[in-house]
Write a protein that binds this ligand. Sequence first.
Ligand code: PMP
Length: 426
Amino acid sequence: MTHSETLFEQAQKYIPGGVNSPVRAFHGVGGTPIFFKRAQGAYLYDEDDRRYIDYIGSWGPMIIGHSNPLIKEALHAQIEKGIGYGAPTAIETEMAKKVCELVPSIELVRMVNSGTEATMSALRLARGYTGRDKVVKFEGCYHGHVDSLLVKAGSGALTLGLPNSPGVPACLAELTLTLNFNDIDDVRKTFRAIGHEIAAIIVEPVAGNMNCIPPVPGFLEGLREICDEYGTVLIFDEVMTGFRVSLGGAQGLFGVTPDLTALGKVIGGGLPVGAFGGKREIMEHIAPLGPVYQAGTLSGNPLAMTAGLATLNAISEPGFHDALTLKTEKICAGLKAAADEAGIPLAVQGAGAMFGFFFSKESSVTRFDQVMECDIERFKKFFQGMLAEGIYLAPSAFEAGFTSAAISDEDIEFTLNAARKVFATL
Ligand code: PMP
């Protein structure tokens, strides 16, 4: 037995399914999850002393690589001064100022502790602000395990075949209308019927929880127009895309401005952080300024702010995202070429430092139903083959891949050589 197998056996005695977040259990690919003991730069090291090139990056946060000295030194210095005070600190303002500078649609921002909290709070605020209850989301998009949003959800919910979770009251789920991603006519039709009852549209501007699907031209622009027409709050869930697809997130990349934005992952540099922010007029409805309640014992804690700020400062260096996007494009082009060589139909697509590949005959995948038609069995074989070669990809056909600045040209070459080998066996 490997150390990972032994540790997984022990974990299952005390933790449901042996994991603290479902996708980690490898249900999407089979086999035993790998237990890690160390990470440095582009690499993860498992309990059996094997090295992997990491294309998950702790599900997004590690955009400047693991154990980055900038983050570690800043954290050590903060620990010397105290771990947390539950009271205002200067670093929270520094963080808020930085977020407002990088994402101009954000005029006021509130820190929370996860992406789930960010979307949950943004949704409550949109409902409180508009006085309406209904919300629109898109099938296959995942916005954390918020009751109202665990309806036709992507990510682990989709991987495990649980897009609609028991435990979400039917009367709440009824208020969530789920439409087709990238289908603006679907949205217009719904709004023509009941637009004035809809508090918010929440969307992943690049869908990253049903693999990786960029918006088709006109989709985000259309959502903006519709929200303006009906007085509906447009929420971009940029938990995944924020600071990743460009320094200003997807809204920076595509030039469409939401009313509210949910952030997570990169903003915490690997510590538990989320944030939501947006138009001053809407954000002023949050307590203590306004009546919409939202709070958090550990929100804005100095360790989390320190790790996040160190990350945001590092990625603000000129050219950071251009270089990372180039690397990502090189990986995508290399994967496609390797698949073509082996005669395997593969669609590869991405945005900035985010990518996805589909075992599909389509040249590009833009819709949820196309995602569901992909060859999942082939994905599983590819995943296991790559894992054996020391490449750590997301263990589900419904998750995007993430690159980090620590990945070198040699790492990319190593990855593509592995892919060539594995494609030849499929
Ligand atoms: N929104 C999106 C787009 C996400 O990808 C995720 C997590 N993968 C979340 C929200 C939830 O974030 P968290 O897991 O930090 O609660």
